[in-house]
Design a protein around this ligand. Structure first.
Ligand SMILES: [Zn+2]
Ligand SMILES: [Zn+2]
Length: 1014
C-alpha cells in the first residue's frame, strides 16, 4: 500500500479545504462529541458575539485560543461542552436598523412604529450569522452551531425574567434617580462598564465665570467649568469647608478663590496671586452666602433653595478655582448635594440632548455638546459681564462606545441592580478565579470590583429584554415583578393561556395589563428594556431555559471550567457573569479565564475602519492557511501581550515549521515504502541512539506542553509543540492530515499523548550538541565550497567537557553521516582547534588601573587558553599583580590550521579540506547516484524496481563509478552496470553534467519490461 503522497503544489488553504470536506462528510465534530460524551465534563462557556458586523482577525485570535483549550481537553478524554451562542439584543442592532432605514433617533423610530422596527431588528440579527459560522468553520473553531442559545428567544427571556425576579426578592433590584452618563443620540443611559469603553482625549473651551455675592456685588465668587452649558441650570456653588480662600482686589472688584489656586487664575491677563489679597477665611465661612445666578433664562421651580454657597467634601484645590458650580441635573456630586441641601431641581435639557423651554430663543433646540452652543453661551456670559477667561482644556472625556456621540451627565429615573450590596462577596469570589494572566484578576478586574457602583440596568430603548416590572398607574409603589410566563398569564388572564404567537418583546408585552390588587388601578409594564450585558451574563442559566427546563443539564454545566475573551470584557462579560452569579446565587461562575490582548496592525496601531488597516481574515487564511495563522497568533508571543498583526511575519513564525513537516513527511513516505510500525518493537533501551533520542525528546515535549496547557499557558505550549510535533489542538488541519496519512484515522478522535517518562537527559544533551556541531560543520564545508555529496576525510570537534560521555560517543556515527565525513575525532579541548586570544578593554581596565593600564593590557595578551576560558565563564582571573574581570577582556578565536573551522562558543567543528583521489572519486560517484535516482523517478519506477544502468562519457566519472561500483549499484538497485557504452532500448537516456563533466546515463528495467508503472 505505502503512504499517500503529499502534493507539494497543494497550498495550505487547499489542503485544509479538502480536510474540511472530509470532516463534514464524516461528521467528525459530532463524532468527537459522542466519543467523549461520558468522559469527565469540561465546561466551556462561549461568550456570545453580537451577530452584528463581520468577524475580524481579533475574533479569529480569541476563537483559536478557545478552540485549542477545548480540543486539548477533548484529547484528554473529557466531555467538552461547546455550545454556540448569539448576543442579539441591544443598541448595536437598533443602530444598524436605523441606518438601513435611514432614520435617526427615538422620535423617528416611534414614528416608524416600534413593532415594525423590532421585527427588522430580529431579522437583521442574523445578517452576519453566516459570516461568523463560515469563518469559524474555516478556522476549525468547533462549536455546536446547530443548537445555539439565542438571547432574543422567549425561553431565554423567561430565564432572564426569573433571574431579575430573584434579584428583586433579595431586594437587589430598585428604581432610583441617578445622574448617569447619558447618550443624547441613543437616548439612553450607559452603565459604568459601558462608560469605561469610550474615553477619549479632547480639547474643550473651559471658562472662568464670576458669581457676585447678593449682599455685596463687588465681592465675586470665581468658578471654573469645562461644560459651560450646565451654567443654565446652576443652582449652587460648592466650597470645601476646610480649604483656605482669599479675596483679591483687581480694580475694586474682590475675586474669591482658593488661596492655592490664586497663582493659576488670571483676571485681566494677570494671576490673582499678584493682586492685593484683601481678605482670607475658610470655606465654611462662605457657606450660606447667596449670590446672583448667571444666565437667568430657565424658569426655576417654586420649591428648593437656590443661588447659595454650600459645602462639599469633593471640592479640591487641584484644579479650577476651588469653587465648584452645581447643577443637580447634570452631575452625580451635584445631585447628591441637591438632596442634602434641598436644592431646587431644574433641567432645561430634553432627552435628545437639546435645550428646551428656555427664555433664550436662540439656544432652544440646540444640542448642548455642540461647539456652537458653547460659543453662544460664552458670548452671552461676556455680554452679562460674567466672563473672566476662556482657556482651552485637554482632558479625558467620555463618548458613547456605540455611536461616538459626546456623553452628558444627566439625571434620570432608572433601574439598578444593587451590586454594591454584594461587593465583598464579588471580591472573594474573584480571588478564587484562575486568571491568565493573573494581573488582570488582581489589577484591572479587581480594581473594577473595588470601585463597584450599582449596575444601571434599564435602557430607554426598544430592542431588548423588556424589564419585567409592572407598576400601578395610580401609585407607582404598587409594583409587581413577574418571574415567568405562567405568572404573567395568571395575572393577565386569570389562568387564560398566553396566545400561541406570544412575543415577549415590545410593543406586544406592553399590551399585558391588569387590575392593581391594592387600589384597582391599572398595572402597566414600565417602559424600559434591560442592558444587553445582563442577557449575556445570564447565559449559564438561560442557555438551558433554567429553571423551567433542563435542570439536570444546568447543574452539570455550572460553573464553567474555562472561558476566554478579550481584555475589554473585564467591564463587560467577565463582570456580568460574575455579578449575576454572585448576586443571584452567591456562586462562582467560571474557574479559569484566559484574557487575550488586542490585535493591532503591523505598525502597532489600533485597527479601525477609518484607518483602513483592518485585516480581512479570509485573505490571510487564503494566503497562508488557517493552521499557519493559528500558529502565528498563538505562538508569536504570549496571548495576553498586545499583538501586532503583520502578515509578513506569518512565514517567519509558522512557515519554517510547516515546511519542515511537509519535507519530513515526504521523505518518510518516499523512502519507507510498505513499512509499518512493528507491533513487537525492541525494548527502548536496545534501540539505536537516534530512536531513543526521538522518544525521549517526545516525552520531554509532551510533558512541557501538558504542563503549559494544564495551566492555561497557551503560547508556551504551542512553542514547545512547534519545536517538535504535538500539534492537534493548535494546528488541527495539518495534524489531522498527517495522522490520517500515517494511521488512517483522525487525530481528533485520538488521545493526547502521555508523558511515558523516557527522559535520558544525557542523550538529549548529546543530541543537541551533535545537531549544533552538524550545522557548524556544514557551515565550515561551505566556506571551502565543498559540495554536500563530497565526502571529507575527517571532522574534528570540540565540545564542553560536560557533554562528553557515552551518549555523545554513541552519536558520532550519526554526526559523521550527517556531515559526510569518513571519521570524527573529538579534541581534548577547543584550543586544540582554535587559538583563543584575549583583547584588552582599555576603558574598563583604565577605570581600575589608571596609569598601570598598559601593563595590565600586556598581561591580558599573555593569558593562557585556560584563563581565557575562565573569563568566558564569567570568572575573574589573576595575571601577575592584576586581577582581571570578564568585562576587561574580549575573547576571540583564531583558526590554527588550514582546516575549515566554525565555532560557536566552546563548540567547534573543523573540517579537513584536503581531498584524496579516493574521496574525489567517491564524491563523483555520489553525484552520479543522485542523478540516477532522479532519472528513476522520471522513468516512473517504484522504489523497489531493479534496473540496468549505463554510464558513458567523461573518463574520470567512469573511473569513479568503476572504483565505487558496488556502492553505485547498491544505491540505485542496478543489477547490471554498463560502463563506456549506452544501453540499447533504455527507458530513459539522458545527458547530464556532473561537476562540469558530461556523461550520458541510460536506465531500463532489469526484467526487460518497458516503461514505468504509472
Ligand atoms: Zn450613543
Ligand atoms: Zn394601585
Amino acid at each position: 500500500m505505502g503512504y499517500p503522497p503529499l502534493d507539494p503544489t497543494l497550498t495550505g488553504d487547499a489542503l485544509e479545504r479538502q480536510l474540511l470536506a472530509t470532516w463534514k462528510h464524516e461528521r467528525l465534530f459530532e463524532r468527537t462529541q459522542e466519543a467523549m460524551r461520558y468522559g469527565p465534563p469540561f465546561v466551556f462557556y462561549e461568550g456570545p458575539p453580537t451577530a452584528n458586523g463581520r468577524p475580524g482577525i481579533h475574533h479569529v485570535f480569541a476563537r483559536t485560543i478557545k478552540d485549542l483549550v477545548c480540543r486539548y481537553h477533548t484529547m484528554l478524554g473529557q466531555g467538552v461542552t461547546r455550545i454556540a451562542g448569539w448576543d442579539t439584543h441591544g443598541l448595536p442592532v437598533e443602530i444598524e436598523v436605523e441606518r438601513t432605514l435611514g432614520i435617526n433617533g427615538k422620535k423617528q423610530i416611534e414614528a416608524y412604529g416600534v413593532e415594525k422596527f423590532n421585527r427588522l431588528c430580529r431579522e437583521s440579527v442574523f445578517t452576519y450569522k453566516t459570516d461568523w459560522e463560515s469563518l469559524s468553520e474555516r478556522i476549525a473553531y468547533w462549536l455546536d452551531y446547530a443548537h445555539p442559545y439565542v438571547t432574543y428567544t422567549n425561553e431565554y427571556i423567561e430565564t432572564v425574567w426569573w433571574l431579575l425576579k430573584r434579584l428583586h426578592d433579595k431586594a437587589l433590584l430598585y428604581r432610583g434617580h441617578k445622574v448617569l452618563p447619558y447618550c443624547p443620540r441613543c437616548g439612553t443611559a450607559l452603565s459604568s462598564h459601558e462608560l469605561a469603553l469610550g474615553y477619549e482625549e479632547v480639547q474643550t473651551n473651559s471658562v472662568y465665570v464670576t458669581f457676585p455675592l447678593a449682599q455685596d456685588p463687588k465681592r465675586q465668587l470665581l468658578i471654573w467649568t469645562t461644560t459651560p452649558w450646565t451654567l443654565l441650570a446652576n443652582i449652587a456653588v460648592a466650597v470645601h469647608p476646610d480649604l483656605e480662600y482669599g479675596e483679591y482686589d483687581v480694580n475694586g472688584t474682590h475675586y474669591i478663590v482658593a488661596v492655592e489656586r490664586a497663582g493659576d487664575v488670571h483676571v485681566g491677563g494677570r494671576p490673582l496671586a499678584q493682586a492685593p489679597r484683601v481678605a482670607g477665611y475658610h470655606g465654611r465661612d462662605l457657606v450660606g452666602q447667596k449670590y446672583v445666578r448667571p444666565l437667568e433664562v430657565v424658569p426655576l421651580p417654586q420649591e428648593g433653595q437656590r443661588a447659595i454657597v454650600v459645602a462639599g467634601g469633593f471640592v479640591s484645590a487641584k484644579e479650577g478655582t476651588g469653587l465648584v458650580h452645581m447643577a443637580p441635573a447634570f452631575g452625580a456630586d451635584d445631585y447628591a448635594v441637591g438632596q442634602q441641601y434641598g436644592l431646587a431641581f431644574v433641567n432645561p435639557v430634553a432627552p435628545d440632548g437639546t435645550f428646551q423651554g428656555t427664555r433664550w430663543e436662540e439656544i432652544n433646540g440646540r444640542l448642548v455638546t455642540d461647539k456652537e452652543t458653547n460659543r453662544l453661551i460664552i458670548e452671552r456670559l461676556k455680554h452679562e459681564g460674567r466672563w473672566v477667561e476662556t482657556r482651552p482644556y485637554t482632558h479625558s472625556y467620555p463618548f458613547c462606545w456605540r455611536c461616538d456621540s459626546a456623553l452628558i451627565y444627566y439625571a434620570r429615573s432608572s433601574w439598578f441592580v444593587r451590586t454594591t450590596a454584594v461587593k465583598t462577596r464579588m471580591l472573594e469570589v474573584n480571588a478564587e478565579i484562575g486568571w491568565h494572566p493573573p494581573e488582570v484578576g488582581s489589577g484591572r478586574f479587581g480594581e473594577w470590583l473595588e470601585n463597584n457602583v450599582d449596575w444601571a440596568l434599564s435602557r430607554d430603548r426598544y430592542w431588548g429584554t423588556p424589564l419585567n416590572v409592572w407598576e400601578c398607574e395610580r401609585e407607582r409603589e404598587h409594583r409587581e415583578v413577574i418571574g415567568s410566563y405562567a405568572e404573567l398569564a395568571e395575572r393577565w388572564g386569570g389562568g387564560k393561556r398566553l396566545p400561541p404567537d406570544f412575543d415577549a418583546h415590545k410593543p406586544h408585552i406592553d399590551g399585558y395589563t391588569w387590575r392593581c390588587r391594592e387600589c384597582g388601578g391599572t398595572m402597566r409594564r414600565v417602559s424600559e428594556v434591560i442592558d444587553a450585558w445582563f442577557d449575556s451574563g445570564a447565559m449559564p442559566y438561560a442557555q438551558w431555559h433554567y429553571p423551567f427546563e433542563h435542570q439536570a443539564d444546568f447543574k452539570a454545566h455550572f460553573p464553567a471550567d474555562f472561558i476566554c475573551e478579550g481584555v475589554d470584557q473585564t467591564r463587560g462579560w467577565f463582570y456580568s457573569l460574575l455579578a449575576i452569579g454572585v448576586a443571584a446565587f452567591d456562586a462562582l461562575v467560571y474557574k479559569q479565564v484566559i484574557v487575550n490582548e488586542h490585535v493591532l496592525d503591523a505598525l502597532g496601531q489600533k485597527m479601525s475602519k477609518s484607518r483602513g488597516n483592518v485585516v480581512n481574515p479570509w485573505q490571510v487564511i487564503e494566503a497562508f492557511g488557517a493552521d499557519a495563522v493559528r500558529l502565528f497568533l498563538l505562538g508569536q508571543s504570549q496571548v495576553w501581550v498586545r499583538k501586532r498583526f503583520d502578515k509578513a511575519q506569518i512565514p517567519d513564525v509558522a512557515g519554517g515549521f510547516l515546511n519542515t513537516w511537509r519535507h519530513t513527511y515526504k521523505f518518510f513516505a518516499d523512502y519507507v515504502g510498505d513499512w509499518t510500525p512493528e507491533s513487537s518493537a525492541p525494548p527502548v533501551a536496545e534501540r539505536a541512539p537516534a530512536d531513543r533520542w526521538v522518544l525521549a525528546r517526545l516525552d520531554e515535549v509532551v510533558a512541557t506542553v501538558r504542563e503549559a496547557w494544564n495551566g492555561y499557558d497557551v503560547s508556551v505550549g504551542v512553542r514547545a509543540a512547534m519545536d517538535f510535533v504535538v500539534l492537534a489542538p493548535a494546528a488541527p488541519f495539518l495534524a489531522d492530515w498527517l495522522h490520517r496519512a500515517l494511521t488512517g484515522t483522525s487525530v481528533h478522535l485520538a488521545s493526547f499523548p502521555a508523558d511515558q517518562g523516557r527522559r535520558e537527559p544525557e542523550l538529549l544533551q548529546a543530541m543537541a550538541a551533535v545537531r549544533k556541531l552538524a550545522s557548524l560543520a556544514r557551515a565550515a564545508r561551505e566556506t571551502r565550497g565543498l559540495a554536500v555529496r563530497q565526502p571529507v576525510a575527517k571532522l574534528q570537534v570540540a565540545v564542553p567537557a560536560a557533554v562528553k560521555g557515552r551518549a555523545f560517543a554513541d552519536l558520532l556515527d550519526i554526526l559523521a553521516a550527517e556531515v559526510n565525513t569518513k571519521g570524527v575525532e573529538v579534541a581534548g579541548s577547543d584550543h586544540e582547534l582554535v587559538r583563543l586570544k584575549g583583547k584588552a578593554d582599555f576603558r574598563s581596565l583604565g577605570r581600575r588601573y589608571g596609569k598601570d593600564t598598559p601593563r595590565a593590557a600586556a598581561a591580558v595578551s599573555q593569558l593562557t587558553a585556560e584563563a581565557l576560558q575562565a573569563l568566558e565563564r564569567g570568572e575573574p582571573v589573576r595575571a601577575g599583580e592584576f586581577e582581571l574581570q570578564p568585562e576587561d577582556v574580549t575573547v576571540t578565536r583564531e583558526v590554527v590550521s588550514d582546516w575549515a573551522v566554525q565555532a560557536d562558543g566552546p563548540y567547534v567543528a573543523a573540517v579537513d579540506p584536503r581531498l584524496s583521489e579516493d574521496l574525489i572519486q567517491e564524491g563523483l560517484a555520489r553525484e552520479l547516484v543522485n542523478r540516477v535516482q532522479r532519472l528513476r523517478k522520471e522513468a516512473g519506477y517504484e522504489y523497489a524496481t531493479r534496473i540496468e544502468l549505463s554510464v558513458a562519457g567523461a573518463d574520470d566519472i567512469l573511473a569513479a563509478v568503476s572504483a565505487f561500483q558496488g556502492f553505485v549499484a547498491g544505491e540505485t538497485l542496478a543489477r547490471k552496470v554498463l560502463l563506456g557504452a549506452v544501453l540499447p532500448e533504455a527507458d530513459v537516456t539522458r545527458e547530464v553534467d556532473i561537476e562540469a563533466r558530461r556523461v550520458t546515463i541510460g536506465l531500463r528495467r532489469h526484467d526487460g519490461r518497458k516503461g514505468g508503472t504509472r
